[in-house]
Design a protein around this ligand. Structure first.
Ligand code: UD1
Length: 423
């Protein structure tokens, strides 16, 4: 089994470039099945979740291949409408395929999605929206069966601005002639990016990023060449890493405003952040003051995908920090692992109380999920002694060659075969 081996204590110095966003690429890949032509996606990292989406596309009868770091998708010959359990269960984003498959094939049979173990993660909002747009949906034996013969445009109100449900419904609405309006949609930058992708193919979607998205569906969508926005969670992870380890890192190819909520929290600490047009420079002595309190929320609030990393920062900051997780009820499994490293953290009902310590210690830990795993990497880089992290395939779902990037700025981290029993 592969793991990370980290020797903590190095400051981080240098420059890194941020990759296109995983959470933009996944819905764009789902949407690609609706495009009547080849889709070129530029500079796509081999995130594990992206590779699973490529397998799904191939299973459905489409083509997906990498050439010179670009990913090419062609679904003109797609001929299947069934997504089996073994392909749907590794990732949450398989559910994004529901709207696109109904739109393309007129019907769909899709197994329930999987993804990180961070809470119940129901799909009721996806199914309600699909039904609102006229599909007949039956849930049976672990599958969602949808019949799209009576699809019709209309206003769909989301009772909560779910990211995935918004993306699913945007895609389904593309194949319905007439105007669909999504009310109270998610406003994350990845939703705006999906709109940009669709419009680059000749689609007519507007309003993404606001409280209403208007989709004029039924248009033929043509080939495109597109580059997804920089990954704001990868950006935030490196910002927090530098704050924790100390040093000076220039993070290139970013959209700084996408990280406003994090930057405004860190500006309350002793960490210095300089914002340029498309880069951020972080400087820290590795002994920052507490950021106080932070609560996760939908965009533009503080992202739940940076909660675990922020908890790790609080654990080595001076004073008490409080992190409140409002989005996923069970996103807390990293806490037990951080405690093994000497962190003083208590958690109840989504409220995480952290008493910062100047010294934490390396330990053998297990990545519980993608972002929780990232928080353990950051803690390992800051800790005294060495840390091994198991289960890093979960981290590979959303960080591409994390160890190479961190090594390039001075982190002492290697990918190794884990051999158990270090005594
Ligand atoms: C997406 C991101 C994920 C991020 C999350 C919140 C991708 C691939 N994943 O996940 O990294 O953490 O947004 O920013 O883009 N909910 C329901 N019913 C539904 C759908 C969601 O109750 O039908 C609940 C969820 O359980 C959760 C909350 O709504 O508590 C937010 O979920 P949602 O915005 O849908 O997140 P995802 O699309 O799964």
């Amino acid at each position: 089994m592969e793991g990370f081996f980290i020797v903590g204590g190095n400051a981080l110095e240098g420059e890194i470039n941020i990759n296109p966003a995983k959470n933009s690429l996944l819905p764009i890949l789902a949407c690609s099945i609706l495009i009547d032509g080849e889709v070129e996606l530029k500079s796509v990292p081999l995130y594990k979740d992206v590779l699973v989406m490529c397998d799904i596309i191939r299973h459905l009868g489409g083509k997906a291949s990498f050439k010179n770091n670009n990913l090419y998708i062609d679904c003109r010959d797609m001929d299947k409408d069934c997504l089996p359990h073994e392909l749907a269960s590794p990732v949450r984003s398989s559910i994004f395929m529901l709207g696109a498959i109904i739109g393309k094939m007129g019907r769909a049979k899709v197994a329930y999605p999987g993804g990180c173990d961070i809470g119940l993660r129901p799909i009721d909002l996806h199914l309600k929206g699909v039904r609102d747009l006229g599909a007949k949906v039956i849930e049976k034996n672990g599958y969602i069966y949808a019949d799209g013969r009576n699809l019709a445009p209309r206003d769909v109100l989301l009772s909560f601005p779910s990211v995935g449900a918004t993306e699913n419904l945007m895609m389904l609405a593309l194949s319905i002639k007439g105007q669909t309006r999504l009310l109270n949609p998610a406003r994350e930058p990845e939703i705006v990016d999906l709109q940009s992708f669709i419009n680059s193919c000749g689609g007519k979607v507007r309003g993404a990023g606001s409280d209403m998205i208007v989709i004029d569906g039924g248009k033929k969508l043509h080939e495109t060449s597109f580059k997804a926005i920089p990954d704001r969670i990868e950006t935030g992870t490196y910002i927090i890493a530098t704050a924790m380890c100390g040093g000076r890192v220039k993070i290139n190819n970013v959209i700084p405003s996408h990280n406003n909520s994090l930057i405004s929290k860190l500006s309350k600490t002793t960490c210095k952040i300089q914002i340029n047009d498309d880069s951020i420079i972080v400087e820290s002595d590795g002994h920052v003051k507490s950021f106080g309190e932070v609560e996760t929320a939908v965009y533009p609030g503080f992202p739940t995908d940076l909660q675990a990393q922020m908890t790790a920062l609080g654990a080595v900051s001076e004073g008490c920090s409080i992190v409140i997780e409002n989005v996923f009820e069970a996103r807390n499994k990293h806490i037990a692992e951080l405690i093994k490293m000497g962190c003083d953290i208590k958690s109840k009902n989504g409220v995480i109380v952290i008493n910062g310590k100047d010294k934490i210690y390396g330990a053998d830990v297990v990545a519980p999920d993608l972002r929780g795993g990232a928080s353990l990497v950051l803690a390992g880089l800051r800790a005294e002694g060495y840390t091994t992290i198991e289960n890093i395939s979960l981290i590979d779902r959303g960080y591409f060659k994390l160890e190479e990037k961190l090594s390039s700025i001075g982190g002492n981290i290697k990918r190794l075969e884990i051999i158990k029993n270090r005594c």
